[in-house]
Design a protein around this ligand. Structure first.
Ligand code: ASP
Length: 440
């Protein structure tokens, strides 16, 4: 029998009524046998996700601010007890909350604390569906660097094959030290993909609060086009660059097994959604561009030096400066006498940018070195771009006509994307200009 894995995000778990809706979706098809859940997310704008409350709870615990700890614990308890009340069934939520509190106060650690949102939610959903709960620590394994271990997939297969149906909490697994370890934020999507690969699902359904993947952020362009199909590679580029429908790492477990992902809407389950597949079908008349995404918060360091290209080891010396500080770069566009490094601002806190610049001066004696500290990167993505002459000309003409100044250009060698760096204040107008050029 075909088997589908359904992963429900935070908005699909936000309260008891939405959880009941999600349960109806699962029960509507007998193939939907494995369910992965996030912790309850926002119920309305301005609401706080349970995971954020749990992070704050741990901060209060670490700061030994017990009044704040108790206030947050009470808030989290109310969220879960309301869910139990709305579902109208005895779900042992209080006992699970008490156990979590005892463990946190006993030093179980931050990742344990923030993973309890998913843990308790999965217990609730398992009870609603009448299906076994299987803890993610039984098969999701991380190494000492916090990276997912390959054995996760064999373990997932072994463990899950003993269950005909199961509910699994997303977002965490077991670290090399035997303690609970979480993925990065939004990592429940990766858990869903691991389960899909473990059971060799025919489809990985990712249930969220939008009816698919839009060509760009609907907060920037009114009603952008919803894509019917995307390739794994296009999805990875777009989600890495800020399209936050799906975690950018969630394609890895399913891509190698060729398991398609469907992005669908818990609040409009009848909508087709977007399918993510190896080779996305494009219809005649479709845009050569699949989507546009942008992310703020980068800095570029540009180095100019005559005859740079003939100086052996030049780039290596520059990279060893950032490597020494444990910093990675996003892009490295270069010309004959110039190169730029684009770095995430997260790495450059506490004056480290000045340190890098002075160490680079020492390492390569540039003619000129300068920085742009507040840039946004905008990726225009689409397999169709490589085959169509004039795509970049159209893109840059659109940007110049709308008065956006481009600081940096980087075209991936796969010709799947063109990335431009612009001042952060121009991020939205840049996305709008590209969208209108290629989709209107
Ligand atoms: N609950 C976690 C978060 O808010 C993980 C997830 O939802 O995927 O980041």
């Amino acid at each position: 029998m075909n088997c589908k894995v359904c992963k429900f995000g935070g908005t699909s778990m936000a309260d008891g009524n939405v959880i009941l809706r999600a349960a109806e979706i699962v029960q509507a098809e007998s193939e939907r046998r494995y369910v992965v859940v996030s912790a309850p997310g926002k119920r309305f704008s301005g609401d706080i996700k349970v995971t954020d409350l749990l992070y704050a709870l741990y901060d209060a615990y670490e700061a030994k601010d017990m009044a704040q700890f108790e206030a947050l614990y009470a808030k989290i308890s109310v969220r879960f007890l309301n869910i139990e009340r709305e579902i109208g069934k005895e779900l042992n939520v209080q006992a699970a909350l008490d156990e979590a509190k005892e463990q946190i106060l006993g030093g179980a650690g931050k990742d344990y604390c923030v993973s309890r949102g998913e843990f308790i939610t999965a217990h609730i959903v398992a009870a609603v569906l009448g299906v076994p709960f299987v803890d993610a620590t039984e098969f999701v394994r991380f190494d000492e660097h916090g990276l997912l271990k390959e054995e996760t997939f064999t373990l997932a297969k072994q463990v899950l094959s003993t269950y005909d149906r199961a509910v699994v909490p997303g977002f965490y697994g077991l670290g090399f030290d035997g303690k609970v370890k979480t993925f990065s934020r939004g990592g429940g999507d990766i858990s869903g993909a691991i389960v899909a690969r473990g059971v060799m699902a025919s489809l990985y359904e990712n249930w969220t609060d939008v009816s698919g993947f839009y060509a760009c952020d609907p907060r920037i362009v009114n009603s952008p086009k919803c894509m019917s199909e995307l390739s794994y590679a296009e999805l990875r580029e777009l989600s890495y660059m800020g399209a936050n429908v799906l975690h950018s790492e969630s394609i890895f477990p399913v891509r190698s097994a060729g398991i398609p992902i469907r992005i669908c809407n818990t609040f409009r389950p009848e909508d087709r959604g977007t399918y993510i597949v190896t080779a996305a079908k494009r219809n005649l008349g479709d845009s050569v561009v699949t989507g546009i995404a942008g992310k703020k918060g980068f800095t570029s360091i540009t180095i100019e030096k005559s005859m740079m290209n003939s100086e052996i080891g030049f780039v290596q010396k520059v990279l060893s400066v950032i490597g020494k500080h444990g910093i990675s770069f996003e892009h490295l566009p270069s010309g004959i006498d110039t190169m730029s490094l684009v770095i995430d601002n997260e790495f450059l806190k506490n004056g480290i940018l000045d340190v890098l610049v002075s160490e680079m001066k020492e390492a390569v004696h540039p003619d000129k070195i300068y920085t742009h500290e507040d840039i946004a990167l905008i990726a225009t993505v689409g397999h169709g771009m490589a085959k169509n002459v004039g795509t970049s000309a159209r893109l840059f003409k659109a940007l110049s006509e709308s008065g956006v100044n481009v600081n940096m250009i980087d075209q991936g060698s796969s010709e799947l994307n063109i990335i431009v760096g612009v001042e952060a204040k121009d991020c939205e107008s840049c996305i709008r200009a590209i969208y209108h050029e290629f989709f209107n």
